[in-house]
Design a protein around this ligand. Structure first.
Ligand SMILES: *Cc1c(COP(=O)(O)O)cnc(C)c1O
Length: 499
């Protein structure tokens, strides 16, 4: 049901429409002066900041979770808003003098509500993990704590007897979460043991159809009916397809679960109206969590959208699970959301998906196997086992050749979560630089060339190594030069000169 991407035309002139590379001229003097001020205290930090710009500019960045924020977003984060404590919510702070932070937070939340068509937005979470923790504790408060308080005839946990409090604490720790398995593309924060969510919830997973690699909604429903979770999680960090959130909500309703959608990876595609109707999580989920720095192209941070019944519980995120908000980052979120409400952002989001389709087509044509055989979002998951390589070898060989990716498990990965058989790549960052379909086809050619020219080293026992490899003579240098040429043709922050 999610397999067929809608017909898309790749607009020529996309680069111009999306504001390619973000003109950095106006920010040039500000950054030159700032680095001088910083350098006078700790020159090595000023140097590292400058070096990072150079590295970002030189890199063919295909990391699916990364992007480039605009100079406006970046500049908004470096100022005295940072010096203010503002625990609580707008108009209800635990500290005095928060009027400007109130303005900032209210504006960020208003932009988020308008951008996503959400009844309520909470912009304090410092990261995606924090947004999920806020959401999980809001659901626990609403579905477990509130009924317990009502039953005891009290309004506040402090009024419970010690015995009732002990019972409630056990109940809070005895809930279930159903989420997408890690090897199908789910995220560690969706109830997996190494993350605190796995210590809070009894977790069970749904996977993808082993034949097609696609989400199997009938299987999700069957698992949900058996497992009866409090929370049904949807969302992913390595699934290359759309998710039918209307279908997920139906399943949640059938089993009395709360649907929480983590759109950390694809929030930009929701904001840019590429994912609409059944594929837009906002109208269907009880609670939506997200990062702001991935495809959404804002500052590093998180946020939560919710239906009105969860709004009060989400508002308690700080100091429930969050430290004091970062006002400078909330301000930058407001700027990023304002940018995302402009028509140019919708063009950007569409270009991200068009480019991913071009990249997938280019790889497939050159013999690279893809999980689900393609994509309808911003990412492509390569199965490199056909080249006799592990994901780790492919990731390192590509990096040697100037191509930045990350290894990732594929469904039922025989190489496990460390070596893996996959490489995950995405288009948000290079699309921000103005890459179009032709450039991504060239990227596909470079990647396929590196994979085809990489051979695993044979270990002393005669087995192929899972980590070591050799690259064909001159391949790394040739690819590096080609990657550098592509990147040079699409400068990042043109006009930004640190002097
Ligand atoms: C990236 C990601 C997160 C975590 O975001 P951080 O800001 O790194 O904490 C959570 N959930 C999903 C699905 C993600 O992709």
């Amino acid at each position: 049901m999610t397999a067929s991407p809608t017909a898309r035309t790749t607009a020529s002139g996309t680069a111009a429409a999306t504001g390619a590379g973000f003109d950095g001229t106006a920010a040039s003097a500000a950054y030159r002066n700032a680095l001088q001020v910083i350098g006078a205290v700790e020159p090595r930090i000023a140097e590292a900041i400058g070096a990072e710009l150079a590295d970002q500019r030189a890199s063919l960045k295909l990391i699916a979770s990364e992007n480039y924020a605009s100079p406006a977003v970046l500049l908004t984060m470096g100022n005295w808003l940072s010096d203010k404590y503002a625990e609580g919510t707008v108009g209800h702070r635990f500290y005095a003098g928060c009027q400007n932070v109130d303005t900032v937070e209210a504006l960020a939340a208003e932009h988020a509500r308008e951008l996503f068509g959400a009844p309520y937005a909470y912009v304090q979470p410092h990261s995606g993990i924090d947004a999920n923790l806020v959401a999980f504790w809001a659901v626990l408060a609403q579905k477990v704590e509130l009924p317990a308080l009502e039953q005891a005839g009290v309004r506040h946990v402090n009024e419970l007897t010690d015995a009732d409090w002990a019972t409630l604490r056990r109940a809070l720790g005895d809930q279930r979460m159903l989420g997408m398995s890690l090897d199908a593309g789910g995220h560690l924060t969706h109830g997996f043991r190494p993350n605190i969510s796995g210590k809070m919830f009894e977790q069970s997973s749904y996977g993808t159809d082993p034949r097609t690699g696609l989400l199997d909604y009938a299987a999700v429903r069957a698992r949900a009916k058996e497992f009866r979770p409090l929370i049904l999680m949807a969302g992913y960090s390595a699934y290359p397809r759309r998710v039918d959130f209307a279908a997920m909500r139906e399943i949640a309703d059938e089993v009395g679960a709360t649907l929480v959608v983590d759109m950390a990876h694809f929030a930009g595609l929701v904001a840019g109206k590429v994912f609409t109707g059944d594929f837009d999580p906002v109208p269907h989920a009880h609670v939506v969590t997200s990062t702001s720095h991935k495809s959404l192209r804002g500052p590093r941070g998180g946020f939560v959208l919710a239906q009105p019944e969860f709004a009060d519980a989400v508002d308690r995120g700080c100091p429930m699970v969050l430290g004091g908000p970062l006002p400078q980052v909330m301000a930058a979120k407001a700027v990023a959301f304002a940018e995302a409400r402009r028509p140019a952002f919708a063009a950007y989001a569409q270009a991200v998906v068009d480019n991913a389709v071009a990249l997938a087509d280019g790889l497939r044509r050159r013999g690279v196997r893809l999980v689900t055989d393609g994509t309808d979002n911003h990412l492509v998951l390569l199965d490199v086992s056909g080249f006799g390589l592990t994901g780790r070898q492919a990731e390192s060989a590509l990096l040697d050749a100037g191509i930045v990716t990350n290894r990732n498990a594929v469904p039922a990965d025989p190489q496990g979560a460390w070596y893996t058989s996959g490489v995950r790549i995405g288009t948000p960052a290079l699309t921000t630089r103005g890459f179009g379909a032709a450039e991504f086809d060239r990227v596909a050619e470079l990647i396929a060339g590196v994979l085809g020219g990489t051979t695993p080293t044979t270990t002393s026992s005669g087995e192929p190594s899972r980590a070591k490899y050799t690259l064909a003579d001159g391949l790394a240098d040739r690819t590096r030069a080609a990657a550098a040429e592509l990147v040079a043709a699409h400068p990042l922050y043109p006009g930004l000169d640190l002097g």
